[in-house]
Write a protein that binds this ligand. Structure first.
Ligand SMILES: [Mg+2]
Length: 228
C-alpha cells in the first residue's frame, strides 16, 4: 500500500526533450548559429556532461548554467556571447509545456488515490513557469525543485526535504516515479523508498529486480501495477 507518490517532472510528465530542442533551435537561429542536428547533438553531449558533473557535486548551479554554453561556443569556435545565448535559451525553455503521453490522465487517476509530490531537478526560473503554465500545481501537495533547496536527486538531502514536507511517512508507503535511473531510481532506492522507472525506448535497466521496484514503458501501465 502506498500513501505518497513522488513524481519527476522532466520526461516523466512534461516532454523536456521536445521543449529543449525547440528552445535550442530558436536560440541558435537568433544568434546566427546553424541549428543543425550535428550542432544540437554537440550541445546535448556537453550539457549532459555538465549535469553529470553537477550531480556529482563538481559544479555549482551557476557554473553549470554558464559553463555548458561556454563549452558549446568554444567547441563550435563561434564568436557568440555564451551568457546571452544561455539567457535566451532558458527564457524559451521556461515556456515549454509539451506533455508526455498519458500524463494528465495518470495525474487525474493518482490524485484521488494518493498524495502527490512533484520532485524535480532543475532551475526554478525554468520549472516554476512551466508548472504554472501547464497548471500542474493543482495536482500536488508539495513541489520540490532542487535549485530552491540547494540539493538535487539522487542525494539524500533532496529526499530529506520531501519527507519533511510530507511529515515523515513510513518509507515503504512512498514511491518515486521517474525516467532517470541515476537521479530518480538510484536516489529513491538508496533512500529506502519504492521506485518505478519510466523506461524510455532503448534504455537498459541497471537496477536489480526486486519487489520494491517497478519498470514501465508508459504511465498508463502504472495503475494496473500499484492499485489495491
Ligand atoms: Mg526526468
Amino acid at each position: 500500500m502506498l500513501d505518497w507518490l513522488l513524481i519527476d517532472l522532466d520526461n516523466t510528465l512534461l516532454d523536456f526533450t521536445a521543449g529543449a530542442n525547440r528552445s535550442l533551435k530558436a536560440a541558435l537561429k537568433a544568434f546566427e548559429i546553424e541549428p543543425s542536428e550535428g550542432n544540437i547533438d554537440i550541445y546535448h553531449t556537453i550539457n549532459h556532461q555538465c549535469w553529470e558533473a553537477f550531480e556529482k557535486g563538481e559544479l555549482d548551479v551557476d557554473t553549470l548554467r554558464r559553463r555548458r554554453f561556454e563549452l558549446f561556443v568554444e567547441t563550435l569556435a563561434v564568436s557568440v556571447d555564451a551568457g546571452k545565448l544561455n539567457t535566451f535559451y532558458l527564457s524559451r525553455l521556461s515556456e515549454q509545456t509539451d506533455e508526455i503521453k498519458g500524463a494528465r490522465q495518470f495525474l487525474e487517476w493518482a490524485r484521488i488515490r494518493y498524495k502527490l509530490v512533484l520532485a524535480t531537478n532543475g532551475f526554478a526560473s525554468v520549472q516554476r513557469p512551466r508548472i504554472a503554465r501547464s497548471q500542474l500545481q493543482t495536482y500536488f501537495e508539495h513541489i520540490v525543485i532542487s535549485e530552491e533547496i540547494g540539493v538535487q536527486k539522487p542525494h539524500a538531502g533532496f529526499f530529506d526535504h520531501a519527507f519533511e514536507k510530507m511529515n515523515h511517512p513510513p518509507k515503504e508507503r512512498v514511491m518515486i516515479i521517474g525516467d532517470s535511473q541515476s537521479s530518480d531510481i538510484n536516489g529513491g532506492r538508496n533512500y529506502g523508498i519504492r521506485t518505478c522507472w519510466l523506461r524510455q525506448a532503448g534504455a537498459k535497466s541497471d537496477t536489480p529486480k526486486n519487489p520494491s521496484h517497478l519498470e514501465v514503458t508508459s504511465l498508463e501501465e502504472i495503475p494496473g501495477l500499484i492499485e489495491g
